[in-house]
Ligand binder design. Structure first.
Ligand code: ADP
Length: 499
């Protein structure tokens, strides 16, 4: 089974969120199951620098995206895991400072349509064996809107192509651009109608992926159901309902090679479920690092995420007084909405020994937060899967989360049962409001006051196995079924020159 896994971010080469973790761990788990998996990533400068075993770049001619300039493919391997990776080296579009999608000030790159259209054209060539190596995929696995054109480009080939699967990691990010760009991006006119990728007057790269992919997956069973409704479908629920028979929810996993408190190199002390002593040192280290009062008894709550409406950062900002009056310490790591970042920071300046904020993206600090905190506050208005709650559980850090999407699928709330007798792993709340969140925190705090019950909860959480093996098996059997089925052409008038 030859699988081309195409993603705009892959840890540790490029990361803005959970997609990078998935794109590193799932291909590795598939390779362990015997899959011949190759990964494709844009050639961001840091990614090219960090990749190992780089072969000489191979020039690609005839890519029909205006303004791309020189386009080359660099065959390399991922550091540590040594998976084969192709980096799409296009200096005019990818060689710049800042992040994968945004500049240093947090503004989207104005040419994102061109950048990710180019990425998809090159990935299509790689999938078909037309570029670089002659290797041809049986299945192409595309991820999120950045790769949405890829199923469309392959579909234009009729049946002479690999099967395609498109994974929806977050419906809120859609890749909307003016249809006037279509000719210079190599998008056929036949795809621009409402039956194609048109979305309220724009082209939607996400819709293209949903429309033209043979199969669809998303990252948890609950989110797979939720996105069929107007409340979660972000305007595409009608199309998703049409394609409901082709949509499955496969839960993401946690990469325990990287997220394991027993071996984590970023911690002051390591620990396990049977010996939690090291966690106390980690808590003290975190209090020191964040300038909080050194107090082993104070419940230390972490909030670590993109600072956005999805993650209810606005609700957190409003709730600071109510949160702190409960005697907790709050340690925050994140970045996102600049107005909310400023509100977080000014609240922290007012009470520095109880509320501390680090704005930025710091991988090692994320590990230290998971290890040192007692609880992870994880409110979300919607959550396709969520990985931080999985990591938190492994670190004995009890999640307090909205009961939605993957959070609902992975956290077991004690409900009315005593924690000491059940199999609870965290606390969840149904309504994405400040009251819902505070009420849930209160339940967690009353459990925290009973050390034996709390230990039981921590151990239960740490014992959960969200490793990738099971989900990777599901993907593999899914790929096999797809590769066995015939690929049906979906664009009636293919006008693309792919070769
Ligand atoms: P999402 O992809 O919606 O942002 P996930 O929970 O799926 O949320 O994944 C978030 C990933 O990003 C996790 O690996 C988490 O540790 C990491 N992360 C989030 N914010 C930060 C930050 N400020 N610094 C370092 N890592 C972060």
């Amino acid at each position: 089974m030859r699988v081309l896994f195409v993603s705009p971010e892959i840890y540790p080469l490029a990361k803005t969120g959970g997609l990078a973790d998935v794109s590193a761990a799932l291909p590795l788990a598939l390779a362990a199951l015997g899959c011949d998996v190759r990964v494709v990533l844009p050639g961001y400068p840091k990614a090219i620098e960090a990749a190992v075993d780089k072969a000489s770049p191979i020039d690609l001619a005839g890519i029909c995206v205006a303004g791309a300039g020189s386009v080359r493919v660099i065959a390399a391997r991922t550091p540590d895991t040594h998976l084969p990776i192709w980096l799409v080296d296009c200096p005019a579009l990818f060689e710049r400072p800042g992040g994968p999608y945004q500049d240093e000030h947090g503004s989207d790159w104005p040419d994102n349509a061109r950048r990710f259209a180019l990425f998809c054209h090159v990935a299509a060539r790689l999938a078909l064996g037309d570029a670089a190596s002659g290797w041809r995929a049986d299945v192409v696995h595309a991820n999120d809107w950045h790769t949405g054109l890829l199923p469309m480009l392959l579909s234009a080939r009729g049946t002479d192509r690999p099967a395609t699967v498109f994974t929806l990691h977050n419906m809120a990010f859609q890749g909307l651009f003016s249809p006037a760009l279509a000719p210079e991006l190599g998008i056929p006119a036949s795809a621009l109608g409402v039956d194609g990728m048109e979305f309220y007057g724009n082209m939607s790269f996400l819709k293209a992926g949903i429309r033209y992919s043979d199969q669809l997956t998303t990252v948890s069973p609950s989110y797979a159901r939720e996105i069929l409704t107007p409340a979660y479908g972000c305007g595409l629920d009608g199309l998703l309902r049409e394609r409901a028979d082709d949509l499955v929810g496969i839960l993401n996993g946690a990469d325990y090679r990287i997220w394991d408190p027993a071996t984590d190199p970023h911690l002051r002390a390591n620990f396990t479920a049977t010996d939690l002593a090291g966690k106390r040192y980690c808590k003290q280290a975190l209090q020191e690092e964040f300038g909080l009062e050194i107090n082993p008894e104070a419940p230390l709550v972490a909030y670590m995420s993109r600072i956005t409406g999805q993650k209810m950062a606005d609700v957190i900002a409003e709730a600071f007084p109510a949160l702190l009056e409960r005697g907790i310490q709050l340690a925050i790591l994140g970045e996102g909405d600049h107005g909310l970042e400023e509100r977080f920071q000014s609240a922290a300046r007012a009470q520095p020994r109880r509320l501390a904020v680090h704005i930025g993206y710091q991988e090692p600090l994320a590990h230290r937060l998971q290890a040192g905190a007692d609880m992870l506050l994880h409110p979300s208005r919607f959550e396709p899967c969520g990985l931080t709650q999985l990591y938190a559980m492994r670190y004995g850090t009890v999640p307090i989360a909205t009961r939605t999407g993957g959070l609902a699928d992975t956290i077991v709330d004690p409900g009315d049962r005593p924690v000491s007798r059940g199999t609870a792993t965290g606390f969840t709340f149904a309504r994405a409001t400040s009251d819902g969140m505070i009420g849930c925190l209160d339940r967690a705090l009353s459990c925290y006051r009973h050390p034996l019950a709390w230990r039981k909860l921590q151990r239960e959480a740490m014992a959960q196995d969200f490793g990738w093996r099971r989900s990777a098996r599901r993907y593999l059997s899914f790929y096999r079924d797809m590769a066995a089925g015939a690929a049906a052409p979906m664009i009636s008038e293919p006008k693309l020159a792919l070769a």
